[in-house]
Design a protein around this ligand. Structure first.
Ligand SMILES: *[C@@H]1O[C@H](CO)[C@@H](O)[C@H](O)[C@H]1NC(C)=O
Ligand SMILES: *[C@@H]1O[C@H](CO)[C@@H](O)[C@H](O)[C@H]1NC(C)=O
Ligand SMILES: *[C@@H]1O[C@H](CO)[C@@H](O)[C@H](O)[C@H]1NC(C)=O
Length: 325
């Protein structure tokens, strides 16, 4: 027996531990905030400030936010944006992308990568689980509106999992009469309020009973006209909610990836809190209850699909900036 053989298991084990440690550190390193590309923010912001669009041919600005684990999925989404909205600006907030991912995204047509500045929002320093409450989505939409030109009215938030599969002209037409067009109904037969923790219901000061029968809409696709006073009110209240942990996160542990008991028609909390989605739905119900069908519309759901995994179907439509052709 060779003298090193008894050491073999220990060597193999330490090798495995080293590999796992490396992968762990590599995948969870989310600090790309200080890379030099933040200088290019000013470019995007300057362009958006001065952007003029004609009312006859409104071009929506597309907004999304990504961490590195959704990068691959987002390339398909970007392909569909380039195909169906070739003239739209695409703003990608960087929640923790890797350096090489940012480098690729910056080369894409009409695309701007903007670092999400966590230190601007106090709550992230208190608890990392704020990140999982999707409050960044609300802050990102609010930030974009704060620096873009007022002549730019239409904005389209897309989660990385969304694919545009048909022209969005019907949605743009809808926006003439509805200030908010959301993707689709949430699970039919289920009251939206069952997806809200008690502390959220309390913070937003609404009675569960008053939301009985409201199916609600999903928040992965939000198409809105920022000039509408209704949107301005909703956004103000939504941002306030995002600033308060008991509202956006709800009390108790964060139920990410939860499964709920499938009891349609329930209004009591079903164990599956829906952060940004349920809070926006409550605000719509609270302020525009009897008009709820006149301020949101899911009539253009056909233009979108949800696909929570990367596919290669749409990447061939991704276009580069002119200087890179
Ligand atoms: C900003 O973007 C331009 C291309 O649009 C690029 O040439 C330049 O290197 C970028 N600047 C930084 C600091 O990354
Ligand atoms: C991020 O926000 C903090 C607090 O508002 C500010 O002090 C800092 O300069 C910002 N960082 C960048 C890179 O803009
Ligand atoms: C957005 O809303 C404003 C004010 O309500 C309205 O004048 C404008 O026509 C709307 N824009 C579009 C593109 O629907």
């Amino acid at each position: 027996m060779k003298s090193w053989q008894p050491l073999l298991p220990a060597l193999v084990l330490s090798f495995i531990v080293l590999v796992i440690t490396f992968l762990y550190l590599y995948d969870f390193n989310e600090t790309v905030l200080l890379l030099p590309y933040h200088k290019n923010n000013s470019l995007a912001i300057r362009k958006l400030r001065t952007r003029a669009t004609s009312d006859s041919q409104p071009t929506p600005t597309v907004i999304t936010a990504l961490a590195s684990n959704h990068y691959s999925e987002s390339l398909d989404m970007i392909g569909t944006v380039h195909y169906y909205l070739p003239n739209s600006d695409l703003l990608i907030y960087d929640l923790g992308l890797k350096y090489h991912q940012v480098k690729v995204l910056q080369k894409l047509r009409n695309t701007y990568v903007i670092p999400y500045n966590y230190s601007r929002y106090q709550q992230y320093s208190q608890a990392r689980r704020y990140y999982r409450c999707y409050s960044w989505k609300i802050h990102v939409i609010n930030e974009v509106l704060s620096f873009s030109s007022h002549s730019q009215q239409l904005f389209l938030w897309l989660d990385a999992s969304i694919r545009i599969v048909k022209p969005v002209d019907p949605c743009i037409k809808k926006l003439k009469s509805f200030p908010l067009v959301a993707g689709e109904k949430h699970i039919p037969g289920h009251n939206m309020i069952a997806f809200a923790k008690d502390s959220t219901v309390k913070y937003l000061d609404i009675k569960r009973e008053s939301m009985r029968g409201m199916v609600g809409f999903c928040s992965g696709i939000l198409f809105f006209n920022r000039s509408s006073p209704i949107i301005q009110l909703l956004l103000r209240k939504w941002v306030d909610c995002a600033m308060h942990q008991q509202c956006i996160c709800g009390d108790g542990p964060s139920p990410v990836g939860c499964v709920w008991e499938d009891k349609g028609g329930w209004i009591a909390y079903n164990g599956c809190h829906r952060f940004d989605q349920v809070t926006l739905n409550i605000l719509v119900a609270k302020y525009f209850d009897q008009y709820k069908y006149s301020i949101t519309s899911w009539d253009c759901s056909e233009s979108f699909h949800i696909q929570r995994r990367p596919t290669m179907n749409w990447r061939r439509y991704i276009a580069l900036k002119n200087d890179y052709r």
